[in-house]
Write a protein that binds this ligand. Structure first.
Ligand SMILES: Nc1ncnc2c1ncn2[C@@H]1O[C@H](COP(=O)(O)OP(=O)(O)OP(=O)(O)O)[C@@H](O)[C@H]1O
Length: 675
């Protein structure tokens, strides 16, 4: 085929206007390239020519010049190519010399701040390329967004219950920028964002190797200074923590696999609660002041230098001891709230926790925080050579012979399945065998020894500046080394409720509802001079400590009007309830007698609002019926909670409850007859 002829006749004049030499050259080029490219150029050219002829004919009949159109497209394509090239070059020069960038790795807390900031930006969430993440709203936020609601059962038996069956469908996912490049404007500045993921190969602690994904965000802005990015990060951080005001974050050690990442992955957040006001913990006020004052001193910014000048390690430890349910954990949370600290709770009974883990966990604590070691007596801490409590095999048992016999019997019994052929095994045998194996595995676990814990608490790796709170029901069983000064600097004793405390608990329970409808100041109520003096001292102290960080917790000299309580209080007279977005109402019907039988006899008068004077009187009468030191605050709270809107009913029923519960305690039975 004669290509030169074809090209000359078919292509536009400026293309076809080629000399005989060019003709030959073109022919040569096409013929040389065809085999090289492995392409059948002839059929392609034929196809192009047919298309060009057809389209050209049509366009000419429409009065358009096909040559001009082809030329325009050709030029546009060429300019586009040149433009892209120029843009790439200019942006690479700009990127190299005139932009600043900051990288944030997913192992750092700033990554979370930035992600939350980006997820809250409308321009980002409207981007065409997003990552969807499952996101649950904390229950506390639900309470914030809607008035508190409750099941209502009217006297005619009609009621409304809430149904949360489809709550998950009502929790929208969170959208964040997908892996790749994005851009946005912030405070009049243009920012480019790149989210990237890489897979790292690491060696784990057991000698094996593992692959893990690591993400990072790279923020860029034009100019040679990274200041705008720093400002943005600061803003993101402030925004992140602004929601944490008046909240206490509770963290626990993360799962073993996450802990191996170290850093912020060592701890995982398990709760984000509203701050517990100090005044809701009923405790001897002298003790409250002591611990508040001590912690305030310790956390003061000038304290680290004071300690350093004297060569004393900057640590403070408290031991809260007393019977169960007397407020040890509650006081720890209230203290964390007062000082705006997060709480890091460690259970030494966690079977996955090794001594190395414990040291690593202590090492990854933030500068100021509360570390809570709960029920330290049950942790089975041992000195070398000692066996853990509960696994004691010593011969001091009176019933040794008896025990030995029964143990032998049990052993024989345990061996039975082994003697059976495996084909004869039934499910019960298998279950027994599995149980045996798992129990032998758990006894093989060494746990945390006393020296391991002491090493974590005050070893070289231990973080300075934290507040350590240990709680126990049995202080006498603790090793002296654990509670020596320097490790435990202040002990607070908790006791079962006194009459005065019972009275206070009663008032606290019904105060919030009452103050929501009829706000009343505490100073309006009669009080003993000593209590008043201590209270005002405590209030002053609490105010000076907490005023800058916790606006919702303010306690103006004796004024119990609590903003948080007021926002969540229920108007008992109201028939309208606004439900949280995750719940939908469902109708239920109960006969009034059934309701009364089930929840106790609620009389119409019980639901009437209560005046301050009446509350004081009822609280006094209630307290007089509570025997001194017999019930823990938790038990009293449990009784009152079952009558949480009916103080008069609580007073009516307390005598029967006290009698029944004392009998139950005497009989040492766990089965409750009166509640
Ligand atoms: N002194 C108190 N003042 C106010 N509330 C209290 C007090 N003691 C207990 N409570 C209430 O009882 C419940 C249990 O209290 P908490 O967990 O603080 O007790 P604890 O002493 O830590 O118990 P345990 O020794 O079993 O861990 C909480 O809901 C708390 O509100």
């Amino acid at each position: 085929m004669d290509f030169s002829h074809l090209l000359r006749t078919a292509l536009p004049p400026f293309v076809g206007n080629i000399s005989a030499e060019d003709n030959n050259a073109t022919q040569n080029i096409v013929e040389t390239l065809s085999p090289l490219l492995g392409l059948q150029l002839n059929p392609l050219l034929n196809l192009f020519m047919i298309f060009y002829d057809l389209a050209g004919g049509r366009l000419t009949t429409l009065g358009l010049n096909p040559t001009l159109i082809l030329t325009t497209f050709g030029l546009a394509w060429a300019f586009n190519k040149i433009g892209v090239q120029i843009y790439d070059n200019v942006s690479s020069i700009l990127g190299r010399y005139f932009t600043a960038s900051i990288q944030v790795n997913s192992g750092d807390n700033i990554y979370d701040h930035l992600m939350k900031f980006l997820a809250n930006r409308q321009d980002m969430t409207e981007s065409r390329s997003l990552t969807a993440e499952t996101w649950f709203k904390p229950t506390s936020e639900e309470a914030d967004e809607a008035d508190l609601f409750r099941t209502k059962i009217s006297p005619d038996g009609e009621g409304v219950n809430l149904n949360f069956s489809n709550q998950e469908s009502k929790c929208p996912p969170r959208f964040t920028p997908a892996i790749g490049s994005h851009n946005f404007w912030f405070q009049g500045k243009y920012f480019a964002l790149r989210r990237k993921q890489e897979t790292l190969h690491t060696n784990n602690t057991w000698g094996g190797s593992q692959y893990r994904d690591r993400e990072s965000l790279i923020l860029c802005c034009y100019g040679r200074s990274p200041e705008p990015i720093k400002r943005l990060l600061e803003h993101a951080k402030q925004e992140y923590y602004s929601e944490h005001n008046a909240r206490t974050i509770v963290k626990r050690p993360a799962s073993q696999s996450m802990r191996s990442y170290g850093g912020r992955h060592s701890w995982s957040m398990v709760a984000n609660r509203p701050v517990r006001p100090m005044r809701t913990v009923v405790l001897d006020e002298k003790q409250k002041i002591q611990v508040l004052y001590d912690m305030n001193e310790y956390l003061h910014p000038s304290t680290p230098r004071w300690y350093a000048n004297r060569g004393i390690p900057l640590r403070r430890g408290y031991l809260f001891h007393g019977p169960p349910g007397t407020g040890k954990t509650s006081l720890s949370f209230a203290l964390a709230g007062v000082f705006g600290l997060d709480i890091y709770v460690i259970s030494l009974l966690d079977p996955s926790l090794t001594e190395e883990d414990l040291c690593a966990l202590f090492n990854s604590l933030p500068r100021r925080c509360v570390v809570l070691l709960e029920d330290i007596d049950t942790a089975g801490l041992t000195r070398p050579g000692e066996s853990a409590p509960g696994t004691d095999n010593s011969d001091d048992s009176d019933d040794k012979d008896e025990n030995d016999k029964s143990k032998d019997k049990a052993k024989k019994k345990d061996k039975e399945p082994e003697e059976k052929k495996s084909s004869e095994w039934n499910v019960a045998d298998l279950a027994r065998e599995l149980k045996k194996q798992s129990s032998s595995e758990s006894t093989d676990k060494k746990g945390i020894s006393l020296s391991g814990l002491l090493n974590a608490i005050d070893g070289v790796a231990s973080h300075e500046g934290r507040v350590l709170i240990m709680t126990t029901n049995k202080p006498e069983t603790l090793d002296e080394a654990l509670i020596r000064p320097g490790r435990v600097d202040l002990q607070i004793a908790f006791t079962n409720a006194t009459r005065e405390q019972a009275c206070e608990l009663f008032k606290r329970m019904y105060d919030a509802d009452r103050t929501a409808t009829t706000p009343m100041k505490v100073q309006d109520r009669p009080q003993s001079t000593t209590t008043n003096r201590l209270r005002s001292h405590l209030n002053k102290l609490t105010r000076t400590i907490s005023a800058p960080t916790i606006p919702q917790r303010e306690e103006k000299d004796g004024n119990t009007t609590d903003t948080s309580a007021a926002t969540t209080a229920v108007d008992l007279e109201s028939d309208t309830y606004s439900l949280p977005s995750s719940a939908s109402p469902t109708k239920v019907a109960f006969a009034p007698e059934e309701v009364n039988k089930a929840v106790g006899s609620v009389e119409t008068d019980d639901l009437k609002p209560i005046t301050p004077e009446e509350l004081d009187r009822i609280a006094g009468e209630f307290a007089s019926m509570i025997p001194e030191g017999q019930f823990s605050p938790a038990e009293l709270q449990g009784f009152l909670l079952k009558r949480k809107r009916e103080p008069r009913r609580a007073l009516r029923e307390v005598a029967v409850w006290v009698e029944g519960t004392l009998e139950q305690k005497k009989a040492k039975t766990k089965v409750v007859r009166v509640q």
